[in-house]
Design a protein around this ligand. Structure first.
Ligand SMILES: *Cc1c(COP(=O)(O)O)cnc(C)c1O
Length: 498
């Protein structure tokens, strides 16, 4: 299986090359030439297979330059019982008869990013070897909070790699920040940046596609790579949990083989929901994708009329991992929906660059709106949803998952669609303890560490072990950079002088 860029389909790369490069030089995202389908035999296998086996099978369909043994061994290490606190890895919790919560936060950083970022280091290290790359893979990460920690945790002390993480100074929660600043490992670097997530992400994209900077980094023995959700090596492991969730529903009798399901995802950069779309293309019967946003509702508007317009106020919300105005992975959906037309994608993306907005053709929009429903909710409704779900079901959800539950309810009421919905739960409620506690009406004037204890007492649930330890660790990284200085910081990082 070969890969090309959403902005240049004349390229042909192996999956290993696509993973090493992360982002194409033309600014486009790597996509497979075609999307593989499950055979009937594979489906029969998937229903009773372990999570690790399911993941290895999905990976193998896309990453054809990796052997089955390699992928099984990666999956066993990435999703081991040392890393995940449940054997199911990504269990489905039936909240209501028609609503299954796909819990994606049982990994080492308590957010769904672990599902891909525990796997990516194995894929990347092995890709470096396969492509004969001798330079150190220098992973640059722009994070709205969760990717940063999950990537640090995945790449710390991984041979042949080093990793620098940049986050918006006032855009992450206290717990998220502390998780990153206390990271251990010899090959890691962390800095906050003055600005919001979009500022950090666009600066990183510019650095990636700047020939001069790449050249200098190369002289320092480094090649840039990305652990952001634009890297194909992150997309594929995410497809696996939708496949797994569907087969769990089937196995548990929540659905039968003739049923179609819906998928509902709290969305930021569009990576998670895009993985569900690829699962559908592989043959998982998904009818609707319910795309849930917070007050940064660019996508909600896009799914109404096909106009993507980031020219609007940026809101800092209680679901910070979704505080995004430019959802990078949407480019892959548009590429697919345009029939892999790189010219069309280039046109829209240059419009986005120059005007901050573009409108897709009526034909593309009609294909998209057949499959996608967009909805949004503000912080007040988010917190109310947390308290409603807790009092009704004695089940605690985080702020991001709450946005999705709120939008799902709206969708179900508007459409009267009673199909079973798989809803992606993207973080442990403990990770956003301050917001969750205030949703439950509990005073949160005390600091970060106590909040975890209070939440634990209130809900009679244990603080997840990885979070319990961060307040004992020393903060190693207290750097702040300005956006203009990031290229400099990155070059120093490649020199090893920061
Ligand atoms: C990253 C993240 C999201 C958004 O996922 P995308 O793939 O960027 O759409 C939602 N919730 C949480 C908790 C996250 O960490």
């Amino acid at each position: 299986m070969n890969y090309f860029s959403t902005r240049d389909t004349s390229l042909r790369l192996s999956s290993a090359e696509a993973i090493v490069r992360g982002l194409s030089k033309d600014g486009g995202l790597f996509c497979p030439e075609s999307i593989p389908k499950f055979t009937d035999e594979e489906k029969a296998f998937l229903i009773s297979a372990s999570y690790q086996k399911r993941a290895a099978l999905v990976l193998g369909k896309f990453l054809t330059d990796f052997s089955e043994e390699e992928l099984i061994s990666f999956a066993e290490k990435a999703y081991s019982s040392e890393k995940f606190d449940t054997e199911a890895v990504a269990p489905v919790h039936m909240l209501e008869k028609n609503l299954g919560i796909l819990e994606l936060w049982h990994g080492p950083t308590c957010a769904f990013k672990d599902m891909a970022l525990q796997m990516l280091p194995y894929l990347l290290s092995s890709s470096l070897k396969k492509t004969g790359e001798k330079r150190t893979a220098s992973i640059l990460v722009a994070t709205s909070g969760d990717t940063g920690k999950a990537a640090l945790e995945g790449f710390a002390d991984v041979e042949g790699t080093k990793i620098a993480v940049f986050y918006p100074k006032d855009g992450v929660s206290k717990i998220q920040e502390r998780q990153m600043t206390t990271q251990s490992g010899e090959n890691v670097y962390v800095s906050s940046v003055v600005g919001n997530f979009d500022d950090v992400q666009s600066a990183m994209k510019e650095i990636f596609s700047d020939e001069e900077i790449r050249g200098k980094a190369s002289e320092n023995g480094c090649i840039f790579s990305s652990a952001n959700s634009i890297n194909w090596g992150r997309a594929v492991p995410q497809i696996a949990y939708y496949v797994s969730g569907y087969f769990d529903l089937l196995k548990n009798g929540a659905i039968s083989e003739d049923d179609e399901i819906n998928v509902c995802v709290p969305t930021g950069n569009f990576g998670n929901i895009l993985a569900a779309f690829y699962a559908r293309e592989m043959g998982i019967p998904i009818k609707k994708f319910i795309c849930a946003s917070n007050s940064n509702n660019v996508l909600t508007d896009f799914f109404k009329d096909g106009k993507y317009d980031k020219n609007r106020q940026f809101h800092v919300t209680a679901s910070p991992a979704m505080d995004i105005l430019v959802s990078s992975n949407l480019e892959r959906l548009i590429f697919n929906m345009s029939g892999n037309d790189d010219k069309t994608v280039r046109k829209y993306m240059s419009k986005l660059q120059s005007d901050g907005a573009y409108t897709v053709s009526a034909e593309i929009f009609s294909r998209i709106s057949d499959l996608f429903y967009g909805g949004c909710c503000d912080d007040v409704k988010t917190l109310k949803t947390i308290s409603d779900v807790f009092s009704e079901h004695n089940y605690l959800i985080d702020t991001h998952t709450a946005v999705a539950v709120n939008v799902y309810k709206k969708y179900a009421e508007e459409t009267q669609d009673g199909a079973v919905t798989l809803l992606a739960s993207t973080a442990s409620p403990f990770k956003f303890a301050d917001s969750v506690l205030s949703a439950l009406g509990i005073d949160i004037s005390s600091g970060g560490e106590e909040l975890l204890e209070i939440l634990s007492k209130t809900t009679k649930q244990k603080v997840p072990a990885p979070l319990a330890s961060i307040f004992e660790k020393e903060e190693r990284f207290l750097n702040t950079a300005n956006r203009e200085d990031l290229a400099d910081v990155v070059l120093k990082f490649t020199e090893g002088t920061v």
